[in-house]
Design a protein around this ligand. Structure first.
Ligand SMILES: Nc1nc2c(c(=O)[nH]1)N[C@H]1C(S)=C(S)[C@@H](COP(=O)(O)O)O[C@H]1N2
Ligand SMILES: [Mo]
Length: 223
């Protein structure tokens, strides 16, 4: 990756907020010490249901120019991708409906998303066998990481719409990833790059005390 391609952590990150959340991780705040499973319950332990759609980020909501937008898939793959928004929108589309669970304890049921399933986009890039992890980078400089098994699930979507309308900028438009089986910090907004890696590379929250995987059913809030 040359310097030009680097996505720096965008300007006015809300340091106080980041510090507070890091403190929660250190103190193990919000943990109930119980586990459950989606077969038994709909609401994971320690969560409460909301009906609005909260906005959470680092305080920077990049205004992604639709003409300049690129979605890149690179690293350990035979056919790296660098899609424009038009190219992305021309791919076969699917709808997914799922519940989302934020580590700060809110859950929201029945979100409908439209976009491109992760396995479809991955298949185009032809990952090498040794690609076991992904590092994801967004236009605000946010990063997060997933094991390939968590990333390549059919329910995961590169989403451009929510509830039938283009995804609002505050929720990650033009394109965000949605990985519903993990806490929502694993679903990067304003996504621009997927790097296929041999070794794991913890992201923004993962290096600040959050769990590396983030399974809401076993309350993997912190690492
Ligand atoms: N690019 C980017 N993606 C991000 C974040 C962020 O700060 N930047 N925050 C994460 C967190 S902590 C949460 S809970 C969800 C919130 O998504 P929402 O604002 O659409 O509810 O986005 C996740 N994806
Ligand atoms: Mo979050």
């Amino acid at each position: 990756m040359d310097d030009e391609e680097e996505v720096p952590l965008a300007g006015k990150v809300r340091d106080k907020l980041v510090e507070a959340k890091q403190g929660w991780a250190r103190d193990g705040r919000l943990l109930t010490g119980t586990t459950s499973s989606p077969d038994r319950d709909r609401l994971p332990p320690g969560q409460r249901l909301v009906t609005d759609f909260p906005v959470l980020d680092l305080g920077v909501q990049p205004d992604v120019n639709r003409a300049n937008f690129r979605l890149r898939v690179e690293g350990l793959c035979a056919a790296p991708l660098r899609l424009t928004l038009d190219e992305f929108m021309a791919l076969p589309q699917q709808e997914r409906v799922n519940d989302i669970h934020c580590v700060t304890q809110w859950s929201r049921y029945d979100n409908s998303w439209q976009g491109v399933p992760v396995p479809d986009l991955l298949a185009m890039a032809r990952p090498k066998d040794e690609a076991r992890f992904v590092a994801l980078t967004s236009y605000d400089g946010y990063t997060t990481n997933l094991a390939m098994d968590d990333f390549a699930r059919p329910e995961n979507l590169f989403a451009h719409s929510w509830a039938g309308a283009p995804l609002e900028r505050q929720h990650g438009g033009p394109v965000r990833l949605v990985v519903p089986h993990l806490y929502f910090w694993k679903s990067p907004k304003w996504i621009t790059r997927v790097e296929l890696l041999r070794d794991d590379r913890p992201g923004f929250w993962e290096v600040r005390g959050y769990s590396n995987r983030g399974d809401p059913w076993t309350e993997e809030r912190y690492g």
